[in-house]
Each structure stands twice: as structure tokens, then as C-alpha cells.
Design a protein around this ligand. Structure first.
Ligand SMILES: NC(=O)C1=CN([C@@H]2O[C@H](COP(=O)(O)OP(=O)(O)OC[C@H]3O[C@@H](n4cnc5c(N)ncnc54)[C@H](OP(=O)(O)O)[C@@H]3O)[C@@H](O)[C@H]2O)C=CC1
Ligand SMILES: CC(=O)N[C@@H](CCC(=O)OP(=O)(O)O)C(=O)O
Length: 385
């Protein structure tokens, strides 16, 4: 039930996503001022893609960062897990990623399936093995897809190595000596220079992208209701990935003090955030409903425009009119943000966001960060719709 193989098959079956579509600029429809509700809905057919304005303060680096044409050799630690398998899938389609080592204690000795560029056998690599391979110049980039709290010996063994390390766990997200890799919100140039990158959490990525454009207009504490597919809980059996318990069910957990609550608030400059996660019966995909008090009266249209401007040119953030649905984001690589329902006072808005926790919530974002730090185009190997 929880084998990574089933995920690989799922991914393989859906590897049909079309490549980069060009961004179409849609005109704003005429809407009378003062109309504050359901405006987003009226825009839904035209607002599906970001407007090509120039107000994004942190646009993609584009060709400036795409000078490296040399393949990079990758070691993936934690390759059996859900995020590890999603990464292998992406690496297989990336022209400049050369996967060399995959580590799993459980699968050691077995052939890696789903990677067609070379034959690779799973190894059980210790921290010392990793350090030796690195010293011998066999790997350019290490990706750690391990549970929280497990990565330290590997990172310590690599010491001051100039190889790139990207860690998917929460272990270095509050460590200032690592770069926090959320390219749409952090300085991309800084990520491109980094050799130690902590990949953000899945809920935290969706929440930050959905909140960042309104930061200067926050009028009080933000409440984030989150519901995740059970792949978010990893492959180790637990009540949170028990499909029998999850059938016709929704399980609340860590209702105060979830690590992503701290991560969201920390990354958004200390903004007060209450995060209430739930796990649901579907496999992958997260829904977030976010209640945001405002410090001034705003209309739905004002807010939609702020989001469109903020994310202009971003290929992995789509601003939509309707509240987005989990069903539409599963196996996709971007985030969708919509809803923008403003109440009668004009001082409260509800924003919704969806994200595939294994893709933009983990593997896709990891590849975005690797591309930046290895000198490739940020979106190389990422299916864009
Ligand atoms: N799942 C998700 O949606 C997201 C996960 N993340 C983070 O990514 C990381 C990986 O998550 P995920 O792929 O779901 O996890 P899984 O539980 O699916 O996989 C964990 C991997 O780590 C290996 N592993 C487990 N314990 C150890 C250990 N003590 N020493 C060495 N290897 C170990 C496992 O393989 P084996 O036992 O065979 O060695 C397996 O390959 C986690 O830190 C998670 O928090 C981040 C965003 C989203
Ligand atoms: C459903 C479920 O259990 N989800 C995980 C989130 C996965 C993730 O992003 O966790 P990290 O911050 O550890 O990387 C959780 O709530 O811990």
C-alpha cells in the first residue's frame, strides 16, 4: 500500500504534461467599482494566467542563470520515499541531471526502476560513504530526502565540501547559514550562489505564496486551515497514512504549534499565523483556506490585481478567480491561488491555495533550487502547464 513503487507507476502513468506554454495576457474585464464580492468569479475565465506587468520585485533570472551546459552528478539519499521517487521522475527528464547514486536501506541491492539514463542499483550509503564519494569527486550535488532529524550526520560528514546540498527536511529551515529556497519569495540570486539550501515545507510553501502579496495590508492574525493528501505523512506507517482510518474521514492533527506554523511566520517576518492542519483520504495535493484580516478596506478586485502583479512572469504560480480545487493540482508542478472573497466590511478576505505536496511542495521546488544553484535555467526539466 505504501510502497514507493506504486507512486513511481502513478507518476509514470501521468508523464504526459505538456511543456512550457507561453503566457497569454488577458484584458481585465470591466467591473463597476464598489462591487466587492464574487468579482474574482467573474474574472475566472480571463484571469487564469498572470498578467505581464513589471511589478514582480523578484522576477525569474531567465538566461542570466542558464550558462552551465555541463551535466551535474547527483547523489540522492532517502531515494525510496515519496519525495525521493518524485525527484527520480523529474531527474529522468532533465537533460543535465546525471543521477549516480540512490540510497535506501530497504532497497539496497535492487535495481532502480523509472530511471532510464543509466543503470543504477540502490545502495545503503552511510555518512562516511557519502563523504568518501564526495572526496573522490564523484558527486556534484547531494539531495537529502530523509525524515526530519536524520540528516545531520550526512551534513557533518560532508563538512565544508563545495558540493551543493539540498535538504528536503525541516532540519535547516531556521538555520541562517543555509539558504531557504522558495525562489518566488527569496532573492533568486542568493539561491544561485548557495551551496547549502533548505527546501521549504509543503504547507509552508503554499501558505507563504498565498500570504506574501498581502503582508503590508495585514490587519491582525492570519488563520490557515490546511488539508493534505496522506503522502504528506511519508511512507512510514502511521494513523496519518492509514487508508482505512482515512476513508470517509478527515483527521485534524498538530492543531497548535505545527512546525510549519513557525516556518510560515518566521519567513514572513514574524506575521502572526495560526495553522490548523488536517490529513485527508486522497494521495497527494494540499488545500489551504486562509482567513486574512486587512488593515484597510479593500475590494476583491484590488486584491486580485495585487496577486497578479506580484506573481507576473512566475511560471509556477497561477492566480485564478474561483477558489482552486485539489483535484486540479494533483501531479501538477505549480501552485494555484484564488478565491479572494471579501466580506461586507471590506476588511477581511479569504484566499485559497492548492499545491501538490510532492511536487511544488517538495521535489519540483528542490529541482528549481538545484537548477538555480547549478547554473541551469530555473525551470529546466519542470513540466509547465
Ligand atoms: N511527503 C511530503 O509531501 C513532503 C515531505 N517533505 C519532507 O521530505 C522528507 C522526505 O519525506 P518523504 O519522502 O515523504 O519521506 P518517506 O518516509 O516517504 O521516505 C523517507 C526516506 O528516508 C529513508 N530513511 C528513513 N529513515 C532513515 C534513516 N534513519 N536513515 C537513513 N535513511 C532513512 C527511507 O528509506 P529506507 O528506509 O529504505 O532507508 C526513505 O527513502 C521529510 O523530511 C519530509 O518532511 C517535505 C515536503 C513535502
Ligand atoms: C500530512 C502530513 O503529515 N504532512 C506533513 C508535512 C510534510 C512536510 O512538508 O513536512 P516537513 O516540514 O517535515 O518537510 C506534516 O504535517 O508533518
Amino acid at each position: 500500500m505504501f510502497s514507493a513503487t506504486s507512486r513511481a507507476v502513478r507518476i509514470g502513468a501521468r508523464r504526459v504534461a505538456p511543456r512550457a506554454a507561453s503566457i497569454t495576457v488577458a484584458p481585465m474585464p470591466k467591473i463597476s467599482l464598489g462591487q466587492t464580492t464574487n468579482i474574482a468569479r467573474s474574472l475566472s475565465s480571463t484571469a487564469r494566467l498572470s498578467y505581464a506587468t513589471t511589478t514582480n520585485p523578484n522576477p525569474p533570472l531567465g538566461k542570466k542563470n542558464a550558462s552551465n551546459e555541463t551535466p551535474s552528478r547527483i547523489g540522492l539519499i532517502g531515494a525510496r520515499g515519496y519525495t525521493g521517487q518524485a525527484l527520480i521522475d523529474l531527474f529522468n527528464d532533465h537533460p543535465l541531471i546525471d543521477l549516480r547514486h540512490v540510497s535506501s536501506r530497504e532497497l539496497a541491492g535492487q535495481e532502480l526502476k523509472g530511471y532510464t539514463k543509466r543503470n543504477i542499483v540502490y545502495e545503503n550509503l552511510s555518512a562516511e560513504d557519502v563523504a568518501q564519494l564526495d572526496k573522490d569527486g564523484k558527486v556534484d550535488c547531494w539531495v537529502m530526502a530523509l525524515p526530519n532529524g536524520v540528516c545531520l550526520p550526512f551534513v557533518q560528514a560532508l563538512g565544508q565540501s563545495s558540493s551543493l546540498i539540498v535538504d528536503l527536511s525541516a532540519d535547516y529551515r531556521f538555520d541562517d547559514s543555509w539558504s531557504y529556497g522558495l525562489p518566488e519569495l527569496q532573492k533568486r540570486g542568493k539561491i544561485a550562489q548557495a551551496t547549502r539550501i533548505s527546501n521549504p515545507g509543503c504547507y509552508a510553501t503554499g501558505s507563504q505564496l498565498a500570504l506574501a502579496p498581502l503582508l503590508e495590508h495585514l490587519g491582525g492574525p492570519v488563520n490557515v486551515f490546511g488539508a493534505s493528501g496522506y503522502s504528506g505523512a511519508g511512507t512510514k506507517p502511521s494513523p496519518k497514512n492509514d487508508v482505512n482510518l482515512l476513508r470517509d474521514n478527515l483527521i485534524p492533527y498538530s492543531l497548535t504549534g505545527h512546525i510549519h506554523e513557525r516556518e510560515i511566520s518566521h519567513q514572513l517576518g514574524g506575521a502572526p499565523v495560526a495553522f490548523m492542519p488536517h490529513v485527508a483520504s486522497w494521495f497527494s495535493g494540499i488545500h489551504l483556506t486562509i482567513n486574512i484580516p486587512l488593515n484597510k478596506t479593500m475590494t476583491s478586485r484590488d486584491i486580485l490585481q495585487i496577486y497578479q502583479d506580484r506573481y507576473a512572469g512566475e511560471k509556477l504560480v497561477k492566480i485564478v478567480g474561483e477558489p482552486p480545487l485539489v483535484k486540479s493540482i494533483q501531479n501538477k508542478h505549480h501552485v494555484e491561488i484564488g478565491g479572494f472573497a471579501v466580506d461586507k466590511t471590506g476588511k477581511r478576505v479569504v484566499v485559497c491555495a492548492t499545491i501538490d505536496n510532492l511536487n511544488k511542495g517538495a521535489a519540483t521546488q528542490c529541482l528549481q533550487n538545484m537548477n538555480l544553484a547549478l547554473g541551469y535555467d530555473e525551470y529546466q526539466g519542470i513540466p509547465i502547464e
